[in-house]
Design a protein. Sequence first.
Length: 140
Amino acid sequence: MNLVEEHNKKYSFFREITGVAMKVYNKYRPGLMESAYEAALKYLLEQQGYKVERQVYLPIYWEDVQLDQNYRMDLVVNDNIILELKAVSFADKEHRKQLFNYMNLTHMPYGMLINFGPQGLFSEWYERDSDGEIEKIRLF
């Protein structure tokens, strides 16, 4: 197996999840609330054998003290992939920052930004390394 094939195989789950998101998009089209796409995506991913948690609580800490603030991650797949879903006209840098913050706070290695917007389904894939650097992943 060559390097391109190894790379594509390592990250094939990104393509699989995006394919499931495309099924949801084609069925529901744009215009629904984010929660509808979230529920359908969770259901279909579970049908394909993925472990999926919805609206995962993420507490915020200052050093060792839990603050009176928390976030909720849209979907967490197989305990290591955060799916940040949007239903907006355009995914923008603040949406990426939100995903990156979740990845850094949880130390989860993978994240996906998926937008069910009127311009078509949009999906970006990211990996967080052990140093906390987040890199966009592309398949060849």
